[in-house]
Ligand binder design. Structure first.
Ligand SMILES: [Zn+2]
Length: 456
């Protein structure tokens, strides 16, 4: 079986709440791809971990595997130009897409787990933490992959005042501190080599990071990885489509955009930073995070929709980022229409959240997809400054990439994501630095017109 065919199996397991009934085989072999291990779960009969831990462990392993693959893929980013970069981006977008589906289910399962009574909850969370802390297959820098899951678990648990809850919270906090420590090490290393805010570059090598990358390259050969199906970014001429593109902004004007949310933890964190800095932004949200429509057309909003309402109440703009984050350049007709319409209707159901802005996942669209926006009076919004925050776990490296592209473009729409912690780490560095260089942060209104503070 191929990796791609196995993803749905794992996702169905998580989505169906099978987390609580599945049993696992004895310790999975770390040399096998995580998804192959996942596929055997349904037939397994014995369980050394508490029942319930196995599918979550498999999902965490699969998530780690994609994290590692992305690092291998972009390991030589500075040498990636032209078609090489296009190819890495295409494969990276596919991996990112598969990981998104996985993480969507995983976050839901972790949140449900954190709300279970202690006798069910504690052994399962204990088994997950045991794995993160002690599995011999893990590398020190793998810790960078766990923070998002730890934060999702921590959020509902923080409200638990019982001794068992306090104990779990202490252990989660300890693991998060360990992730912070590792991140600080690789971040300081990056700054030492390339220079950071207020520091000059000393050159040399990123030894710790490079040792990690070298080990991953041994485990994950690049060749087979980039042989995967590519997502082409359509290059055909799309002028005259009312599409908004950052390259057309006035010089020294930037617009911040955050895609794929809302997220249980990070959307609020990013909102707080933007409010403190008084910077506008657009959040392009994935409809299935917000809720669903039943067969009779009745809208049922999820609790994440509250975060969207908070965003608009705080003056931020929200746009449509499709319902399932599908690659829409492959879709036509009714399925394409549904991806647009479902999210359009969900956003209309949240007071103040509807706008005319639409962002195609991966920017993948042709004239056919642009025409499909017309009945809804939606405008496509692209970006010209990609932070690659979904592929790069080192904050200084993400910030540096954004600054370099801005120095080249002089204006533009910046793409971040509010589904992991990177944007929240780099914004407090980037915003003051860019302002000091004379850049202004603008917003868009609900029709897509530029909103520039201090301008009529
Ligand atoms: Zn997206």
């Amino acid at each position: 079986m191929t990796m791609r065919r196995l993803w749905p199996l794992l996702l169905i397991t998580l989505a169906a709440g099978g987390v609580w009934v599945l049993q696992s085989q004895p310790r999975p072999l770390p040399t096998r791809p995580p998804l192959e291990v996942a596929a055997t779960l349904a037939q397994a009969v014995t369980h050394p971990e508490p029942p319930g831990a196995a599918p979550l462990l498999e999902a965490l392993r699969a998530d780690l595997q994609v994290h590692r693959q992305l690092i291998v893929l972009f390991a030589n980013e500075s040498n990636l130009v032209g078609s090489g970069l296009e190819r890495a981006l295409a494969v990276g977008h596919r991996l990112h897409h598969e990981r998104r589906d996985l993480v969507h289910q995983l976050n839901g399962a972790l949140t449900r787990l954190a709300k279970e009574p202690a006798p069910q909850r504690d052994p399962v969370i204990g088994a997950l933490l045991d794995w993160m802390e002690a599995d011999p297959d893990l590398l020190e820098l793998d810790r960078l992959a766990f923070r998002d899951s730890l934060r999702v678990l921590q959020k509902p648990l923080q409200a638990d005042p019982t001794p068992a809850g306090a104990q779990l919270n202490r252990r989660l906090a300890q693991n998060l501190r360990e992730s912070d420590r590792v991140e600080a090490l690789v971040d300081a290393e990056y700054q030492r080599v390339f220079g950071g805010p207020g520091a000059s570059a000393r050159g040399g090598q990123r030894d710790r990071w490079q040792a990690y990358v070298t080990e991953l390259q041994k485990r994950i050969p690049l060749g087979p990885l980039i042989m995967g199906a590519a997502i082409p970014r359509p290059a055909e001429e799309l002028k005259g489509s009312r599409e908004i593109n950052g390259t057309e902004l006035p010089e020294k004007v930037l617009i911040l955009t955050f895609d794929d949310g809302p997220h249980r933890v990070y959307t609020e964190e990013i909102k707080a930073i933007l409010q403190k800095e008084q910077v506008p932004a657009v959040f392009f949200e994935v409809g299935r995070n917000l809720g669903a429509q039943d067969a009779s057309g009745k809208i049922k909003l999820s609790h994440l929709a509250d975060l969207t309402e908070d965003l608009v109440k705080s003056g931020f703009l929200v746009g449509n980022h499709s319902y399932t984050h599908a690659q829409l350049s492959k879709e036509t007709g009714a399925p394409l229409d549904l991806e647009i319409r479902e999210t359009d209707q969900l956003l209309r159901a949240i007071p103040g959240a509807h706008s005319q802005l639409f962002r195609f996942p991966y920017g993948a669209r042709t004239k056919v997809q642009l025409q499909a926006l017309e009945p809804y009076h939606l405008r496509s919004v692209l970006w010209n400054i990609d932070s690659l925050d979904w592929a790069d776990p080192v904050p200084s490296s993400v910030a540096d990439r954004v600054l370099k592209v801005i120095a080249h473009e002089k204006r533009g729409i910046i793409l971040f994501h509010d589904i992991h912690d990177r944007a929240g780490k780099v914004l407090p560095i980037l915003i003051p630095k860019l302002r000091a260089e004379g850049y202004r942060f603008a917003g868009l209104d609900a029709e897509g017109s530029l909103l520039l503070a201090g301008q009529p």
